[in-house]
Design a protein around this ligand. Structure first.
Ligand SMILES: Nc1ncnc2c1ncn2[C@@H]1O[C@H](COP(=O)(O)OP(=O)(O)OP(=O)(O)O)[C@@H](O)[C@H]1O
Ligand SMILES: [Mg+2]
Length: 262
């Protein structure tokens, strides 16, 4: 099996200084039945940094994001959010940590029976109960305008395109003003033009909100555009980590094959 290699020559974000990473994954193992999915994986993301996580289907990228958001527990190892180990937190404590994180699920995962505006309202209704109805309406309109969906508040998810659904998913992920943004395949299933529009939107959101982000993607062009650093996974671990140029110069066969076929 390939060994983990960090070939970054010019680390970005807070790597290399003493500040606490926004997200740190330390030696995490996760097995389902006899299927070992994550095999001692470690990685970290600094404040304001964007890490792209790449890898073949089934290599554990979505599992990793679910562990980071606390929807599932590692068998061993630990996950730290802004320095806090989330294993062993009470439900309330975990809920508080989770409100710092915005999450875009792999298939946008909008609620089919709710309008676009109601989808974005959902986290606000659960976590910002102090907001008045008019404040909430203003917030929803602002979020949807920010992602270019200001004219679609009353539409149903089934009436808008896949790219638009991703935009609404992003607005929902931003609803609680997260410090950490986790995006699972934000451009999957979109045509190249819509994919580039989503990339531009993610770059704009990063500039304006300065969140730490982890973006899982199959889309190498997208990864190169929106991230400071990339990590390529295989067999539940990081094979190589660095800038896009670092990956291009890597001579590990798996990395060369992955880049060639992406
Ligand atoms: N709750 C679960 N129970 C059993 N197996 C699971 C569960 N969740 C994930 N797996 C398995 O873990 C492996 C990794 O799944 P994961 O969804 O993380 O892959 P992925 O890298 O995100 O793939 P893709 O690129 O296709 O989205 C798969 O073989 C999947 O079937
Ligand atoms: Mg996945």
């Amino acid at each position: 099996m390939a060994t983990t290699t960090d070939i970054s020559t010019t680390p970005t974000g807070t790597e290399g200084d003493n500040s606490t990473p926004a997200v740190a994954v330390k030696n995490v193992h996760k097995t389902f039945g006899i299927h070992k999915v994550l095999n001692g994986i470690s990685l970290s993301v600094g404040q304001g940094e964007t890490l792209a996580v790449l890898g073949r289907s089934g290599t554990g990228k979505s599992v990793l994001l679910r562990l980071i958001i606390g929807l599932s527990q590692p068998d061993s190892g630990s996950i730290h959010i802004q320095g806090q180990n989330i294993s062993g937190l009470s439900v309330d404590q975990l809920g508080a940590v989770r409100t710092k994180m915005g999450f875009l699920f792999q298939h946008a995962a909008l609620y089919d029976s709710l309008t676009v505006a109601e989808n974005v309202a959902f986290p606000l209704e659960h976590h910002r109960r102090e907001m008045s109805k008019s404040e909430r309406t203003d917030r929803i309109q602002g979020l949807l305008a920010e992602v270019g969906m200001g004219g679609s508040l009353d539409k149903m998810p089934s009436d808008i395109s896949g790219g638009m659904q991703k935009r609404v998913g992003l607005a929902r992920a931003l609803a609680l003003d997260p410090e950490i943004l986790l995006l699972d395949e934000p451009t999957a299933g979109l045509d190249p033009i819509s994919s580039r529009e989503i990339d531009e939107l993610i770059l704009k959101l990063q500039r304006e909100h300065r969140m730490a982000s982890i973006v899982v993607t199959h889309d190498l062009f997208s990864a190169k555009t929106i991230s400071n650093r990339l990590a390529l996974l295989d067999q539940g671990n990081v094979v190589v980590e660095g800038t896009f140029e670092d990956l291009q110069q890597c001579d590990i066969q798996f990395v060369r094959d992955f880049l060639k076929h992406s």
